[in-house]
Ligand binder design. Structure first.
Ligand SMILES: Nc1nc(=O)c2c([nH]1)NC[C@@H]1CN(c3ccc(C(=O)N[C@@H](CCC(=O)O)C(=O)O)cc3)CN21
Ligand SMILES: CC(C)C(=O)C(=O)O
Ligand SMILES: [Mg+2]
Length: 274
């Protein structure tokens, strides 16, 4: 037995206890070192398919593969101790059928060690959500602005600001909650709608650009750290400006190498005595 006290990871039961209580805190993490830094502060870590855009420079999340999600999911599980780790199912890995979704979700859980998967969609995904949940796969839903629909929506635009769109999102949220999703991300919509959904569904609602009326909040970590600067959604608050810190460090290193100021004696090995 290790002398170190065991830290227990948060489970579905712990997260569901936040419904109508203390807000759930979620951040994205893609790598072990970032997961290690965020872990003491958050309830949930999301290995988002946004990693395609943030880490790999893709224009959308569509080219992200199951192998990428499993590799980054495993890294985040290794880097964290207490947060519940949720992995996004990438585009094309779950929409075909409930059987396809189960096969791929089972790989994500077994190969990464994460505790739940997240998938985008509403009414049309309800049958799949129920299929997964009944077979032991905890599911987080994602409604409103669903980035994997970028080609259908014609961009990353806010949703549910007309009564017709709001009605569709209301039905989407109800359907996946009734299908057994224990939580759902609500992205890019107005407070009134987020408040109604939060009041009417059993699932814990986690907002991103969806007002404080949700049961919790999530943002992309590189956005709040000022590390990702290609675009800035309206809902992103910057809590740091690490891009300039990183750039300044690289510039100083480059100057010192070119002037031979680095490596100075303290960074060099000496010959052994005797
Ligand atoms: N770094 C990052 N942060 C995210 O929040 C994020 C990703 N990547 N990748 C996946 C999706 C894409 N998301 C996005 C991307 C862009 C906007 C954006 O620029 N929205 C504009 C309005 C654009 C329009 O109306 O055409 C805004 O002002 O919020 C919003 C959400 C959210 N997700
Ligand atoms: C922005 C969050 C909700 C997400 O789905 C992602 O990071 O991929
Ligand atoms: Mg995502």
């Amino acid at each position: 037995m290790s002398a170190q006290a065991q830290i227990k990871r948060q489970t579905v039961v712990d997260i569901v206890a936040h419904k109508n209580g203390q807000p759930v805190v979620m951040l994205t993490a893609y790598t072990a070192p970032m997961a290690k830094l965020f872990d003491p502060h958050v309830d949930m870590l999301l290995v988002g398919d946004s990693l395609g855009m943030v880490l790999y420079g893709m224009d959308t999340t569509l080219p992200v593969t199951l192998e990428m999600m499993i590799a980054h999911g495993a890294a985040v599980v290794r880097g964290s101790q207490q947060a519940m780790v949720v992995v996004d199912m990438p585009f094309g890995s779950y929409q075909e059928s409930p059987a396809q979704a189960f096969r791929n979700a089972a790989r994500v859980l077994s190969e990464s060690g994460a505790a739940a998967v997240k998938l985008e969609g509403g009414e049309e995904m309800a049958e799949t959500v129920e299929f997964l949940v009944r077979r032991g796969v905890p599911v987080v839903g994602h409604v409103g602005l669903t980035p994997q629909h970028v080609n259908a929506f014609g961009g990353f635009r806010s949703r549910g600001r007309s009564e017709a769109e709001a009605d569709k999102i209301r039905r989407d949220a109800q359907a996946i909650s009734d299908a057994g999703a224990f939580a759902m991300v609500i992205e890019g919509t107005v407070e009134q709608l987020a408040r109604e959904i939060t009041a009417s569904v059993n699932a814990v609602t986690i907002g991103i650009g969806a007002s404080p009326a949700c049961d919790g909040q999530v943002l992309v970590s590189e956005d709040i750290l000022g590390l990702f600067t290609d675009f800035r959604p309206k809902f992103v608050k910057r809590y740091a400006d690490l891009a300039s810190t990183v750039s300044d460090a690289a510039a100083t290193y480059a100057d010192e190498v070119r002037s031979r100021a680095f490596p100075s004696a303290e960074y060099c090995f000496g010959v052994k005595k005797g």
